[in-house]
Every structure is written in C-alpha cells, then in structure tokens.
Design a protein around this ligand. Structure first.
Ligand code: PDD
Length: 282
C-alpha cells in the first residue's frame, strides 16, 4: 500500500507527517473523501470545489493547480492498483513551532491515502436498511467546513457502533441536522426532506447528487429542518454520503419507521432513489 506525502509516493508504513504539523496539534486541516469506482474518481470536480472553498474559509494557502493535483491523485490510485477504493486527501496549514496564531511562512502539508472499498456491500444493504441512533450535536459552529476536527463525530459514531446501529443522527434541540459522517433524509407524503445547507451541516456531495437526480425525476425535494418527531413519523428515511451513496434507515432509536406494510423495512421512494443513484455511478 502506497501513500502520498507532499509530492512523494511511498509505502504507507514510511509515510509520515512532522510531529509539529498543525493538523495534529490544532486539527488545522481540511480533508476530502472521494469514491473511486472502476478506477474513476467520482465527482472529482465538486470535491475540488469544496476543498478549495474550505481552504479559503480557513485562509490556508495551497498553490497547486487543479490539473497537476488531479494527476497526482490519479497516479497514487494507479500505483495502489485498486479499481474500487476511497481516496483520502488532507491538507493542513503546515509545520511550525506550536502557536495558535498562523505561522508566517509554512507551506501546506498534503497527504493522500487510498483504501480498498467494497461498494457492493452498500448495494446489499439496500435490502435490509440500517438503524440509526440520535445524539446531541455538540460540534463546533462551522461544521460546513470539512476540517479534521472530528471528535464530536467520532464519539457519536462510536456510540452508534456500541448500540449496534450504523449511524448517529445529530440533534440540535428537536431538529435532526445530519449524521456523524452522512447526510440525513426523510420522506413524507412523497416529499423528500433534508436539512438546508448553511453552517450547521456539511454540504454533502452525495446530497447534491441526490437532489439533482430526484428533481430531474420530477420528485419533490424540500430543503428544510425536520424534527426527531417527524423522523419517527416519516414514511421513509435514508442517509447519503460518498461512502454510502444511499442507505435506507429503518429504525431511529429502536423505533421502527415506515408506513403499514413497510414498517422497519426500506420503502419504495428510497428504492427508486437508489436505482437512480446506482444507475449513475455504476
Ligand atoms: N463524510 N456529513 C458529514 C458530517 C460528513 O462527514 C460527510 C462525509 C457527509 C457526507 O458528505 P459527502 O456526500 O460529500 O461524502 C455529511 C466522509 C465520507 C468521511 O468523513 O469519511
């Protein structure tokens, strides 16, 4: 297995960052996770746009142009030889003596890793769906910026794992914002509902794709906050992310959701959306 560190491709075991990298000391870093299927990076353009927006939000200066960076990412994927994998990209503000304020002149640190990934498991999970639990959203106030400061997400995901659930939905009061690493959706009376973008959710790329596909298929999408009570009472629910393009949610906190005949089972709108999503990526 090979990794990329600041322009070099080397064995993962030898790949490292300096101990005073600001990514380690302050989570002063942004990241992206991209799906690679059949050797092709999906939605590379949108991932790059989001990455650059996040860097700009934090004032991290990174001079590499899109063309050369894309070549380096593809070179790493080819060197690893996986057809289906996840590409992880992390860019930090660089290495400097520890001081909260920005260093004067530290070049950004760029690392990329590739991990083989079985997308087929996500297709198999469409049949049974998954469970989610809920947790208070105790993350910082700018979770729209995809930083490596993920402790709130990590603790919520671990709680889900320990509860035998796939994901934790994060609550602000009664409002469901998103999952620890996925966006959250419900379906009610044929309308597809998800929290609006802004500063309190991560604007997911799978979320964008789903809105585009659903709208093109004449389905109604509402970007508005929804409550836990609405989720429990929903006809269907699902989640989206790069690593789970669409997964039906069949229980929220052990409360099985769905209409008569579909209670605790994936519903028809989610199934239709899954067809659209997988027709596009496959
Ligand atoms: N997570 N919300 C959060 C908090 C996320 O961390 C992610 C992505 C998403 C979905 O975004 P996208 O559709 O662009 O993957 C929503 C990545 C996969 C991760 O941290 O591993």
């Amino acid at each position: 297995q090979l990794a990329y560190v600041n322009g070099r491709i080397l064995p993962l075991a030898d790949a490292s960052l300096h101990v005073e990298d600001r990514g380690t000391q302050f989570a002063d870093a942004v990241y992206e996770v991209c799906a690679v299927m059949n050797g092709r990076i999906l939605d590379w353009g949108p991932h790059l746009v989001r990455l650059r927006r996040n860097l700009a939000e934090l004032g991290i200066i990174w001079s590499m142009a899109d063309g050369p960076f894309g070549l380096q990412a593809r070179r790493l994927i080819a060197a690893n030889g996986h057809k289906d994998c996840l590409l992880y990209i992390q860019i930090s503000r660089g290495v400097a003596r520890r001081d909260h304020a920005f260093p004067d002149a530290a070049p950004a640190s760029v690392v990329m890793t590739v991990r083989r990934f079985d997308f087929g498991q996500r297709v198999r999970q469409l049949g049974s769906g998954i469970k989610v639990i809920t947790r208070p959203d105790n993350r910082w106030g700018r979770v729209d910026i995809k930083t490596t400061g993920l402790l709130g997400n990590v603790l919520a995901k671990q709680a889900a794992r320990e509860a035998g659930a796939f994901e934790a939905w994060l609550l602000a009061g009664e409002t469901v914002r998103e999952g620890s690493s996925t966006n959250a959706w419900i379906v009610k009376d044929g309308r597809i509902i998800t929290h609006p973008t802004g500063t309190s959710i991560l604007p997911g790329i799978a979320r964008d794709s789903l809105i585009r596909l659903a709208t093109a298929a004449q389905m109604v999408v509402e970007e508005r906050p929804f409550t836990l009570a609405e989720a429990r009472d929903a006809d269907e629910a699902f989640l989206t992310s790069t690593t789970a393009p669409i997964l039906p949610v069949v229980a929220v906190d052990e409360h099985r959701i769905g209409k008569e005949g579909f209670r605790g089972k994936p519903g028809p709108v989610t199934a239709r959306l899954a067809e659209l999503v997988w027709a596009e990526v496959a």
